[in-house]
Design a protein around this ligand. Structure first.
Ligand code: ADP
Ligand code: MG
Ligand code: ZN
Length: 492
């Protein structure tokens, strides 16, 4: 980005609260990608006149967890409000939301960037309900639209950050951190593709040295973190080019066309007045008593940021490794269980094996820690075998691959494939001698100062051992015998 402008970005995040039933009726919350349309609908969520909403206590509980995890001030009394607008996916003609008196305000979240940790303000956290879904069809020259109300009335949480994010990276990491927290709290699975989590960045460019914010646009329909990054970058560049040409940025809502890689206008500026907000007359104020709030606070799990700090402090992990391990709660718990179970292997080795080899296998197979066919105790055993020198890294990778593919017990796999590392001095001595006898040219080369030949010879002996030689002992033995054979007869 040009140094003439500072990017200013704020996020609006909508998270479906994955409760069993909807926000204001007892219809189930169903997976819209699996269920038939309109199987989870009743007169309340279909917006029939005269039907009365009743607040789902679980949804409030989920919302409280998030608001507390985001360090918000909780308002013991908050007010539901009607946000009126007309759209065929909104049968009542208004959405029940919260407006002037939301559940929670003034929180913050810690976000990692390459420039360090940043505390990003959370403006508000409020509850609302989702709309239905329209499918536009063209068939036999006819155009029509289908309405599915399964999603109508599903509980949504809206999280609004302050416009304090100043790079694409910060915006992305903030969104990722919020997702991670929602997943830790068990309130949302974090699925952007299915629309269970929707991230809408507000974007403007502020000329350096100017205090006021410039006009912003809002981008909708981002269904991956990749498109979030691309859309924000695109928009910052578009606005800069426009202003540089003497143009003016219009406040508007844009969509993101992922194929063309551009933002596209959706609707022009929306005014709060257009929504004719008014307190919802069919619902009393929402009262959450302090005891409920405190009980919820006490039951919060350790959150990713705190866990990351603890992993760095207690286990001596790098910030990067700790960050990777805590991104998913299950991974963090798996890591700690391995560390607990291991008798010899240390936390750093464990972190390396998990973030390196194990993640490699998982990425390739498209699976996660919860799909593993072996438990933390098995990985601990494997790492102990490496740490005590009974298994070399190559053999251990082979064992891990088999554990990953079929499950089983490390000791048995080692036995079955004869992978036990050979440290026996006599065997190593014979292998090395044989390799050096068979390759006199290379030995002479090495003696003449060609250092890289060492690795080649090392590889020869390793092959002879079928990969089982203890690499450290082998290296030492090879060095010893080469020195013996060099004309000076000394250590090089
Ligand atoms: P709305 O008008 O949608 O009710 P707000 O004005 O409260 O909402 O802001 C919505 C989002 O836009 C917030 O995340 C906020 O941080 C962000 N925002 C506000 N002003 C700007 C700006 N000039 N540039 C970028 N983001 C902004
Ligand atoms: Mg908005
Ligand atoms: Zn219903």
């Amino acid at each position: 980005m040009s140094p003439k402008y500072q990017p200013v970005i704020g996020l609006e995040v909508h998270a479906v609260l994955e409760t069993r039933s909807k926000m204001f009726c007892d219809c189930p919350v169903v997976d819209s990608t699996h269920e038939q349309p309109n199987v989870a609908v009743c007169p309340v969520c279909a917006g029939m006149p005269g039907m009365l909403p009743v607040v789902n206590r679980s949804a409030v509980d989920y919302a409280l967890r998030v608001a507390l995890a985001l360090n918000c001030e909780i308002h013991n009394t908050s007010i539901f409000a009607r946000k009126s607008y007309f759209y065929p996916d909104l049968p009542k003609g208004f959405q029940i939301s919260q407006y002037e008196q939301p559940l929670a305000t003034k929180g913050w979240v810690m976000v990692e960037t390459t420039e360090g940790e940043q505390r990003v303000g959370i403006r508000r956290v409020h509850m609302e309900e989702d709309t239905g879904k329209l499918t536009h069809v063209v068939k036999d020259g006819q155009r029509y639209s289908l309405v599915d109300l399964n999603r109508s009335g599903v509980p949504l949480l809206e999280i609004v950050t302050e416009p304090e994010l100043h790079s694409v990276e910060a915006a992305r990491n903030c969104a990722y951190t919020l997702r991670s927290i929602l997943r830790y709290l068990g309130v949302n699975s974090g699925n952007l593709e299915k629309g269970l989590l929707r991230i809408e960045p507000n974007i403007s460019n502020r000329p350096l040295g100017i205090l006021e914010f410039a006009t912003r646009v809002e981008i909708k329909n981002l269904n991956s973190f990749r498109s979030l990054e691309r859309a924000v970058s695109y928009e910052l560049a578009r606005q800069e080019a426009l202003v540089e040409k003497g143009g003016v940025v219009k406040q508007q809502t844009l969509g993101w066309d992922d194929t063309r890689g551009t933002t596209v206008p959706q609707r022009s500026k929306e005014y709060a007045e257009d929504y004719r907000y008014l307190p919802e007359p069919d619902l009393p104020p929402l009262v959450v008593d302090p005891a409920w709030v405190e009980a919820t606070r006490a039951a919060l799990p350790e959150l990713p940021h705190a866990k990351r700090r603890r992993f760095i402090q207690d286990y001596g992990l790098s910030g990067y490794d700790a960050g990777v391990l805590v991104a998913e709660r299950e991974t963090a718990e798996f890591f700690e269980a391995v560390v607990m179970a291991a008798k010899v292997a240390d936390a750093k080795q464990t972190a390396n094996w998990i973030t390196g080899n194990l993640f490699g296998l998982m990425n390739e197979a498209g699976t996660s820690v919860t799909d593993l066919l072996f438990g933390p105790a098995d990985l601990a055993k494997l790492l102990d075998l490496v740490a005590t020198g009974e298994l070399n890294p190559a053999g251990a990778r082979q064992v891990l691959a088999e554990l990953f593919a079929k499950g089983g017990k490390p000791a048995q796999i080692v036995k079955k494939h004869g992978l036990k590392q050979v440290s026996d001095a006599k065997l190593l001595r014979n292998w090395v001698a044989k390799a050096l006898d068979g390759n006199p040219e290379q030995v002479a080369d090495y003696a003449a100062g060609n250092q890289p030949v060492f690795n080649w010879l090392f590889g020869q002996v390793m092959q002879t051992s079928k990969g089982k030689a203890n690499p450290n002992r082998l290296r030492a033995e090879l060095e010893r015998q080469l020195a013996e054979r060099s004309p000076e007869g000394g250590i090089r």
